[in-house]
Design a protein around this ligand. Structure first.
Ligand code: IMO
Ligand code: MG
Length: 422
């Protein structure tokens, strides 16, 4: 039986997961999303054309690839339908899309709740994507959530009404506009009709496909440090984007998992609030943002930028069982004259190589750096590791030595083919 290879974010998201997923997807029969929702934004460039995916596994771009949205994903059907229509309008077929009956549905009151909670948090806001992700997962765990299969059930109206009534009570307390059950019901009935042909029991489907020896690539969303348990809580997303979430969000079991590919950049970035040890609030940070085009694919927000953090990377490897790394934007970091690599945290006079998720601990940690030479010549056409400039190889080999996991894929440009595979 083929093993499922999983692509995961190793840092705070936006590591370029889409690019490696797209690369690996060429040889896969199935692309699977198991976690998160349209808070994700995965950009892919094919033949100079840019595609941004929020919900649909980007593997759908490969002809013949089945694209599965698993039970762990929260789905805003309006966004899903616009993504389907946008792909179709560009001549891409979505006939091979499958959506789990068990995935939870995002409703307008989740989005309003997301905004309301953020504004109530004031200066402690999380900086969410305002897509209703957190409130939808809240309902899931509170056991009042509405699943995709409920959209087709006789009890849909009643379930929706119970939710709407409960939310409206809260909206009234905080002077937020209430929502109308009848309007939402009508709107979502239309959505339900449009997506019905894609809905099925994806757990059974996945295991059937494995029995038929199909190759599945799982597309992680978000990232380790945004994990609700293992990330920099409370500045995290409301799900487990780490390996455990992949299993519970799909129905795969541990023995199904093959390679776990951790994606990172040659530098780092974060959107939203929260501690970020290697952040550069200076001209170098601004330069990285411009050179790396670090503006959100989902919210267009400028990303906070900094150097690569090996303390955090080693933690991500530990949590996820990462067996291979993919490092993007080597070309970007090489445009700087020199750049740094964080190899420890200094807290007072204590130096540690252990990552902490404690907010105060992170805020008080200062990076201990090693410096590397940049000014690489244009490396975007290089396809063999040996051909990389010596300073680039020194950087890569130092990272590998520190974390003990090979960097198997190296992104040297934005295009689909701009990858060195070792
Ligand atoms: P991809 O898959 C980067 C961040 C938000 C915010 C926090 C909580 O593109 O890597 P949420 O809307 O999830 O409740 O927001 O998580 N966040 C991401 N940051 N990339 C993502 O996804 C993200 N998904 C959520 O910015 O700080
Ligand atoms: Mg993103």
């Amino acid at each position: 039986m083929n093993k499922v290879d999983v692509v995961l974010g190793s840092f705070y998201g936006d590591e370029g997961k889409g690019k490696i997923i797209d690369y690996l997807g060429g040889s896969a029969d199935v692309a699977l999303r198991a976690t998160g929702g349209n808070n994700a934004g995965h950009s892919i460039e094919v033949d100079g054309e840019k595609y941004v995916f929020h919900l649909i596994p980007s593997g759908i771009l490969n002809k013949g690839t089945l694209a599965i949205i698993g039970n762990g994903v929260v789905i805003d059907p309006k966004v899903l339908i616009s993504e389907i229509e946008s792909l179709e309008s560009r001549g891409k077929s979505v006939a091979k899309l499958r959506i789990s009956t068990k995935a939870h549905v995002i409703f307008p009151y989740h989005i309003e709740m997301d905004n309301m909670l953020e504004s109530n948090r004031g200066k402690n806001k999380i900086g969410t994507t305002a897509r209703g992700i957190g409130p939808c997962y809240c309902d899931k765990y509170e056991r009042s959530g509405i699943r995709i299969e409920d959209l087709y059930s006789d009890s849909f109206y009643e379930k929706l009404k119970r939710n709407v009534d409960a939310k409206n009570k809260i909206f009234k307390i905080y002077n937020y506009p209430t929502v109308s059950v009848d309007e939402i019901y009508k709107e979502y009935q239309q959505y339900a009709k449009k997506i019905k042909k894609y809905v099925c029991d994806t757990t059974i489907l996945i295991h059937d496909l494995l029995k038929k020896n199909k190759k599945i690539i799982c597309e992680g969303a978000q990232a380790t440090l945004l994990d609700i348990d293992f990330g920099s809580y409370p500045y995290v997303t409301s799900s487990n984007p780490t390996i455990g979430g992949i299993l519970s969000g799909s129905g795969l079991n541990p023995s199904n998992i093959g390679e776990v590919i951790g994606v990172m950049k040659a530098y780092s970035s974060r959107v939203g609030e929260g501690p970020y040890v290697t952040e550069l609030k200076n001209k170098t940070g601004d330069l990285i943002r411009e050179l790396g085009h670090e503006y959100g694919a989902t919210t267009k927000r400028p990303r906070r930028c900094g150097y690569l953090d090996l303390v955090a990377l080693r933690y991500a490897i530990l949590i996820n069982g990462i067996t291979a790394l993919c490092m993007n934007h080597l070309d970007t970091i090489g445009k700087l004259d020199k750049f740094k690599l964080c190899v420890a945290y200094k807290n007072g006079d204590k130096i540690t190589e252990d990552f902490t998720t404690n907010e105060k601990g992170l805020l008080e940690s200062n990076p201990v750096y090693e410096t590397f030479k940049g000014n690489f010549p244009d490396i975007s056409k290089i396809r063999k590791y040996e051909d990389l400039p010596i300073d680039a190889k020194k950087y890569i080999e130092r990272i590998e030595e520190f974390v003990g996991v090979p960097i198997k894929y190296i992104g040297v440009g934005a295009g689909r083919e701009d990858v060195i595979v070792r």
